[in-house]
Design a protein around this ligand. Structure first.
Ligand code: ACO
Length: 320
């Protein structure tokens, strides 16, 4: 048995912030942001936290799957912007959904988090330990942006996406996960929480720092490598892949990956124009969008791939 994605859901905050809106609070403009990233607008949360958005996306995914919350065995919330250090946001989601039988924990792998989450739930299902799992990617990145750092803050946004996995004959066929801690400093949000009465330090929470060029170079190389590796492991041909669902970090990264893979850009659905980079939420939000547009047919082969802070990366070959 493997995990099959039987339901998807997403939720984004109501408040739309356009590039023109940003140009009123910093020295930027619509043309620069669109050209460099493909982003036209994004959603920013006024008051909703990560767990609330996660629960809303998860509720929709459960409804889509026709599954009740108490059937869930495990809930993983992939996030880098949890509301509290503890309890885990996944436990708050468990409570909000009424998923009383599910183990619940958070997973920190930045933009690769959703992929890591489905890999873990799939492994539990393959091992025969669990039958039904919920994986959510949810972020309120707006709270960890330095809104005076125009090169980074214009890219990131808030949102949540979720998928329900169920044990079945086919579904997630291969997964890979990787990390390179040596490159951690190119994309980070450093919080110094090591204060106590002995050292006299008080906790400090920082903002996101990104070396955009380094991340760009890494992503453009890593995504095709992940795709090639997963195709080799599965023995599947690239031309059999119906869709490449990639982390929505930057339109130029996705276009470069398509060129390197020699695949038509039409096989790479994108919604970065509307939502910006929502980190762990970007893949499940996109998956939900194409699912509900009827673009996914039973038996379609899809490659999901992402990369993020850590640095981390991951990919999955999924039969819908
Ligand atoms: N508006 C206007 N001008 C800007 C802005 C802005 N928002 N930001 C930077 N600039 C200016 C810079 O100051 C610089 O001006 P200068 O030449 O006078 O010094 C000029 O634009 C070029 O800046 P660069 O940083 O060199 O711009 P670059 O072409 O590299 O694009 C970007 C920056 C978009 C961040 C690019 O490096 C990139 O796409 N990197 C990938 C990063 C990414 O996608 N991150 C998200 C993924 S990470 C993740 O999801 C985990």
């Amino acid at each position: 048995m493997v995990g099959r994605i039987v339901g998807t859901g997403s939720y984004v905050p109501e408040h739309v912030v356009t590039n023109d809106d940003l140009s009123k609070i910093m020295d930027t403009n619509d043309e620069w942001i669109r050209d460099r990233s493909g982003i036209a607008e994004r959603r920013i949360s006024m008051d909703e936290g990560t767990s609330q958005m996660a629960a809303k996306a998860a509720g929709k995914a459960l409804e889509d799957a026709g599954m009740s919350a108490d059937e869930l065995d495990i809930i993983i919330l992939a996030t880098s912007t949890q509301d509290n250090l503890f309890p885990a946001g996944a436990c708050e989601v468990q409570e909000m959904l009424g998923a009383v039988n599910a183990a619940a924990f958070d997973l920190s792998a930045a933009c690769s988090g959703f992929l890591f989450g489905i890999s873990i739930v799939n492994a539990f299902i393959q091992a025969g330990i669990y039958q039904n799992g919920l994986v959510i990617g949810a972020e309120t990145l707006s709270k960890v942006m330095d809104w005076s750092d125009r090169s980074t803050c214009v890219l990131f946004a808030d949102g949540a996406g979720a998928a329900v996995l169920k044990a079945d004959e086919t579904g997630i066929r291969h997964t890979l996960m990787g990390a390179d801690g040596k490159k951690g400093s190119v994309l980070s949000c450093v919080g110094r929480t090591n204060g106590n009465f002995l050292n006299g330090r008080t906790p400090e929470f920082g903002y996101t720092y990104m070396d955009g060029r380094e991340v760009f170079k890494f992503a453009v190389k890593k995504i095709p490598e992940c795709v090639d590796e997963i195709l080799e492991e599965s023995g599947e041909s690239i031309d059999e892949v119906r869709w490449f669902v990639l982390h929505q970090a930057n339109r130029r990264i996705i276009e470069a990956a398509a060129r390197r893979l020699k695949q038509p850009i039409e096989k790479f659905p994108m919604n970065i124009e509307t939502y910006g980079n929502t980190s762990s939420a970007s893949i499940p939000i996109l998956l939900d969008e194409i699912n509900h547009k009827g673009m996914l047919k039973r038996g379609d082969k899809i490659i999901i791939a992402g990369f993020g802070a850590g640095l981390t990366w991951g990919a999955a070959l999924v039969e819908w």
